[in-house]
Design a protein. Structure first.
Length: 377
């Protein structure tokens, strides 16, 4: 998201510096996106720290960011924070530099807490989100559903702007299915389901594996599930899901591929028959939009921004959240009906064409200009 937005803003002549925590010892201090945009990696604590403990380094990151700004003698017009921890930093820098602060949360603690039964979001996170909602000059959300969520759960009504993410329609377009499967070493006769996302409980892969266990898989109806995502920090969830697939006798049907380069995703989308995003909650679902751009029908729960990405009965199906039976029902319909898959695939591409990073950046610039004009009054 940030890379695409920064690239578009830079091409439109705006200077963008993305500050992020150094994640790997090989990360350089700066990476150029284009002539006007770059990523800056700042040291802030143990590189191998788990995500839920990173808030311990917020003060250190903030201090190093201030030092970088002072050393480089930088001046900014506004701060755009992404995620709640970045928002804490952004709000502090906003006060120091006396410039507006705009935030996109991407996920909200209260919402995750309400749907996630295996992980509990901390009071520290939720308290800070509530504080940021009150103090920030504007909040950017990807869909109308997220705006409603903010108003309902956080009692926030003022300065909420809707800016949908985009998709690179040149990069994400369908390739030849036979050649894609051949390149990836996949069976030409299997029905292939694909899912992409981090390996964490809220992503609902247990629901998807349980749904697969209900399908009557046979030699004549061979179904394979490929799950892309996960890293060294998600080993506990991987172990839990591997145990579940063994329990259901799905060792040969479910494959965890780990993280792959984003540029490689189109070939996987092209090799698949159906894309599934079983998340208990998604603020938008960019991977589902990228799959749609590659002419894939999508099945996802009727939650959050997925209700905007998937058009039920046109580009795919919206299942009942956390229901393996509902998910299985729609999987069976699509997997056994190639003409319907093809029709939904065409509709998916047409729907994805309504989204672009150029439009997203243009809408975001309008938000920035509106906030700046109000702050000057």
């Amino acid at each position: 998201y940030l890379h695409e937005i920064a690239n578009e803003l830079g091409m439109k002549g705006h200077t963008v510096d993305i500050f992020t925590r150094k994640h790997d010892i090989s990360d350089p201090l700066e990476i150029e996106i284009n002539n006007n945009s770059k990523v800056v990696h700042l040291n802030a604590g143990d590189l191998s720290e788990e995500k839920h403990k990173m808030h311990n380094y917020i003060e250190l990151f903030t201090s190093n960011l201030i030092n970088y700004i002072d050393e480089q003698n930088l001046q900014y017009d506004l701060i755009y924070s992404n995620y709640w921890m970045s928002g804490i930093v952004g709000e502090f820098i906003s006060g120091k530099l006396k410039i507006p602060h705009i935030i996109t949360f991407h996920t909200m603690g209260l919402t995750k807490r309400s749907v996630n039964y295996l992980e509990n979001e901390s009071d520290f996170r939720i308290d800070n989100e509530l504080d940021l909602i009150k103090k920030s000059d504007a909040i950017v959300v990807p869909t109308y559903q997220e705006k409603e969520n903010l108003i309902l759960n956080y009692k926030s009504e003022n300065n909420i702007y809707i800016v949908s993410p985009g998709v690179d329609l040149e990069k994400f377009k369908s390739k030849n299915k036979f050649e894609s499967r051949k390149k990836l070493g996949l069976s030409q006769t299997s029905k292939i389901l694909l899912s992409v996302g981090r390996l964490e409980p809220i992503k609902g892969y247990d629901v998807l594996i349980n749904a697969l266990s209900f399908l009557k898989i046979s030699d004549d109806f061979d179904v394979r599930l490929l799950i892309i995502g996960g890293d060294s920090k998600s080993q506990n969830e991987l172990a839990r899901l591997n145990s579940l697939k063994l329990k259901h006798g799905l060792s040969n049907q479910v494959n965890f591929l780990g993280a792959i380069d984003h540029d490689e995703l189109p070939i996987y989308f092209s090799a698949a028959d159906v894309f599934v995003m079983p998340s208990a909650y998604e603020t938008f679902g960019i991977a589902a939009l990228e799959a749609s751009a590659c002419n894939l029908p999508v099945i996802a729960p009727q939650v959050g921004g997925l209700k905007s990405v998937v058009k039920h009965g046109q580009t795919g199906f919206l299942s009942v959240n956390k229901s393996p039976e509902s998910l299985m029902h729609y999987l069976e319909i699509l997997l056994k009906n190639k003409p319907l898959r093809d029709l939904f695939g065409i509709n998916s591409r047409l729907h994805a064409m309504n989204y672009s990073w150029g439009k997203s950046s243009k809408d975001l610039i309008s938000v920035f200009e509106d906030v700046l004009s109000k702050c000057l009054v």
